[in-house]
Design a protein around this ligand. Structure first.
Ligand SMILES: Cc1ncc(COP(=O)(O)O)c(C=O)c1O
Length: 280
């Protein structure tokens, strides 16, 4: 098998690096992290150019032809958008100018921060992390687990919710799938959405439009009344595009909402979450 060093891969994920003639596995070295898959002494070293090409195209290194550029040993240049796709760059620039120059009165929209844009455009985009923290289907999720756990804590803190009584699924791609995931979790065929107390039903609130006001405690708190609360993260919260489902941890009407909702999100409706948007 062919192998590469972590340093070379890290470099090519973030920015091009010049690794002229480098062979990756020094004699006598050992690899930690995924020893069940890799037997070091059976590895054949390769030059980073193949690996860089493989990371970009997603194809195995052996099938990738990467032309030499410039002759300085660097054979892969990770261009910015202006060089890689000026047409798309120009459309984005026009949209940015439109947003800057026009008056937006659409209640569901907001202007997110530079910090959110930076995180959303990061290497988190590359990762698959199906399942929940500590229960993933793929390896390499130690930092995604850290991020998702942090996001859960922050989501509960943002609404001053007691983490012993409430849980949150932070994976919904936005609020519409979050709502559908709740219906998938608790409704059986032919069930209805009703007025809750009078008919002994679950009480759910979609607070997407007012979640910023709830977080700031300037409107009534739905967590005092509801069993389930959903929200988008990109409206009044001004975060990245995503959704949250809060659920009571205690059984409600005989239903364990935590597992019903988590299972409805994955594998019920979504497979991957958007790791780069786990930034509430
Ligand atoms: C109350 C409410 N819930 C959910 C949505 C859809 O949210 P998302 O765009 O996050 O799917 C909207 C859209 O504006 C909405 O008004």
């Amino acid at each position: 098998m062919q192998a590469c060093s972590g340093a070379a891969v890290r470099g090519s994920v973030q920015q091009p690096i010049w690794t002229k003639g480098s062979n990756f596995i020094p004699k006598g070295s050992s690899v930690v992290g995924f020893p069940q898959h890799v037997k070091v002494n059976s590895m054949k070293a390769c030059r980073c150019s193949c690996i860089e090409g493989g990371l970009v195209t997603g194809r195995p290194p052996s099938s990738v032809f990467v032309p030499e550029i410039g002759g300085n040993g660097s054979n892969f240049v990770d261009h910015g958008l202006s060089e890689a796709d000026p047409e798309v760059r120009s459309i984005i620039d026009k949209e940015k100018e439109r947003q800057f120059k026009s008056l937006e009165l659409i209640a569901s929209e907001n202007f997110t921060s530079r910090a959110v844009m930076e995180a959303v455009g990061s290497c988190l985009t590359n990762k698959y992390s199906e399942g929940l923290p500590g229960k993933r289907y793929y390896g390499g999720n130690e930092y995604i687990d850290e991020l998702e756990t942090l996001c859960q804590q922050r989501a509960l803190e943002a609404f001053q919710v007691d983490g012993k009584k409430w849980g949150v699924d932070v994976q919904p791609l936005s609020c519409s799938p979050a709502n559908f995931e709740v219906y998938t979790a608790i409704l059986k065929p032919h069930d209805r959405l009703m007025i809750a107390d009078a008919v002994g039903a679950f009480l759910m609130m979609d607070m997407a439009h007012i979640s910023g006001l709830v977080a700031a405690s300037v409107v009534a708190n739905p967590f005092e009344y509801c069993d389930i609360v959903t929200t988008a993260t990109h409206k009044s919260l001004r975060g990245p595009r995503g959704g949250l489902i809060f659920f009571k941890k205690d059984t409600v009407l005989g239903v364990d909402l935590e597992s019903a909702i988590n299972n409805a999100v994955f594998p019920g409706i979504q497979f991957p979450c958007r790791e780069n948007a786990l930034l509430t």
